[in-house]
Each structure stands twice: as C-alpha cells, then as structure tokens.
Design a protein around this ligand. Structure first.
Ligand SMILES: Nc1ncnc2c1ncn2[C@@H]1O[C@H](COP(=O)(O)OP(=O)(O)OP(=O)(O)O)[C@@H](O)[C@H]1O
Length: 273
C-alpha cells in the first residue's frame, strides 16, 4: 500500500512518487450554517496526481480553496513542507510554491498569450518600478530570465504559434491551455487544477489530459485537481479523495475508489440516513 511507504514508492508505470508534501488535518469549513467540509484529512505526495471528486455541492471547490489558502478553515490545519502553514494571503501562498487554474478561465483577454504567461512570473520578480529605474542592468537580466521560463513553458505546451495572439481571439480549449501555461510559468511545487476539462470537447480533453501527464512527467510537478469527468480522473490520477456532503467517503487508488460501495452509492444517488 502506498500510504504506508513514508519515503515514497514507484508507480506501475515507473514514476517516482515522493514523501508527503502537504497534509490536510481534520479540516472543517463552514459558511454560516452550511458545513462545506466536515473533519476531512488526507495528504498529497510529492510528484503525484491527486484528484478530489464528488457529486455537485460535495465541497470540492471549497477544499481546493483551502489548499490554495483562499479559505481559512474554522478547524484543522494544513501541514505544508513539514510545518503548520500559518494563515496566509493568496499571494503569499503563491510565493510559497502553489499555483492554480480556475474553473472559469481567469486570463487577461486583451493581452497576448506571452504577456499572460509572463504574469505567472510575477512572484519571481524582485524589481518593482524603483528597482527598474535604479537597478536597470539587474532588472533587465531578471526580465530575460523570466522570459526564458515563459518561452520554455510556451514551447512545452505547444502554443508557440499563438504566443503573440490576444487571448480574446482563442477558442476555449486553447484558453485553458494558456491558463495552464501561466500557472506552470510560476514553477509551482504544487499545481492546483480546478476542473481542467470543464466545457471541453473530446479532442480538447484528450489534449489537456496528455499535457497534464507530460507536465507531471517532465517537471515532476505535484498536481491536485478537481474534475467532474470520471473517466479522465480515473485515467490521470494516482490517488483519489471522494467527498460527499462535505465528508470524505473514499480515499485510495482509482481501483480502490471504484470498488468502494459508499462511493458507488453517492454517485448513484442512494438516499442517506
Ligand atoms: N462562498 C460560499 N458561501 C456560502 N456557501 C457556500 C460558499 N461556497 C460553497 N458553499 C456551499 O458549500 C457547499 C459545498 O460547495 P462547493 O462549491 O465546495 O462544492 P463542489 O463539490 O465544488 O460543487 P460543484 O461540483 O457543484 O462545483 C455547498 O452547499 C455550497 O452551497
């Protein structure tokens, strides 16, 4: 069983999964009287693709927002890189190595693909306006280095031919890919994907699937995602957390989760006591 192997393990397809990089401990999140997350614990290992699934309203987005630091749970703690993560602003979490994409694309539509991807480098830029005025050579060097990372990501995701195109002119599937490029440009330790396939046709889904796998393989990026398409989730993920009505009802490999009766019932809509 992978979970008993502290230092990590090798997957059947030869990928190395490392030790735990983030741990959610007894997380409870309420919105007034609504309990969106009820006492949930699970971990994310270095280099793995970890999915969070569940029916509508199960609490998946809320959980992703806890991981990204956007929501502060009323109870429980997030252990990141071996220490309890203090309450942080989202930009501080981003600086600490967590990048994300959004369910509803959040790009600057009037800007080119390259400029959008460059915004993913903001957390790596040391020089502000004053810096650029008084530290010109350094600022220029930094700009070149940031551009190199952005261009590398653009090549990797095969969007070179649209790098100068304004995002507003792109079809939906490509916009999603640009969003992925922007998140990757931040060189995150953990990449959070919020329904990366939502609204895509079959071909776009296949492309996105391949890019997610390639990113994980090439850069060793740890990926946590929420996704409605069960086929995609089961194909992509190393381990899956299943939520229902804010509770965790399953956690394991795709095969384990598929065989879990509580999970089957939740998806078939079996009544709860
Ligand atoms: N900002 C909010 N204010 C009040 N209630 C909220 C808020 N966000 C989520 N909720 C409630 O928390 C519960 C979990 O919602 P959440 O969006 O996390 O579920 P989900 O699994 O992501 O759903 P979906 O698959 O439909 O996106 C729901 O009952 C929802 O109405």
């Amino acid at each position: 069983m992978p979970d008993t192997q502290q230092d990590g393990y090798m997957t059947a397809d030869g990928r190395r999964i490392g030790p735990v990089v983030m741990e959610m401990r007894n997380i409870t999140l309420r919105f007034g009287g609504v309990v969106a997350i009820k006492d949930i614990s699970f971990d994310i290992r270095e280099g793995e693709i970890r999915a969070i699934i569940g029916p509508n309203g199960a609490g998946k987005s809320s959980m992703l927002n806890v991981i990204s630091g956007f929501y502060k749970p009323q109870e429980g703690e997030v252990i990141y890189k071996g220490a309890r993560r203090p309450p942080m602003k989202p930009y501080q979490v981003a600086r600490d190595g967590i990048a994300r994409t959004f369910q509803n694309i959040a790009l600057f539509e009037g800007m080119t693909v390259l400029d959008n991807v460059m915004t993913g480098r903001l957390n790596h830029m040391r020089s502000g306006l004053l810096g650029q005025a008084f530290w010109w050579a350094g600022a220029q060097k930094e700009e070149v280095a940031n551009r190199e990372v952005a261009e590398k990501v653009i090549d990797f995701l095969e969007i070179q031919n649209i790098r100068k195109t304004p995002v507003s002119r792109l079809p939906y599937g490509l916009k999603k890919r640009v969003e992925l490029a922007r998140a990757l440009a931040a060189e995150p330790k953990i990449l959070l994907l919020d329904e990366p396939m939502a609204g895509m046709n079959v071909e776009e889904k296949e492309d996105m699937c391949r890019f997610i796998l390639d990113v994980n393989d090439e850069f060793g990026t740890t990926i946590a995602l929420i996704e409605h398409d069960m086929g995609v989730v089961m194909d992509l993920s190393d381990r899956v957390v299943v939520m229902d009505y804010g509770k965790k009802i399953g956690d394991g490999t795709p095969d384990e989760v598929r065989a879990n009766q509580e999970v089957i019932d939740a998806y078939l809509g079996v009544a709860h006591d």
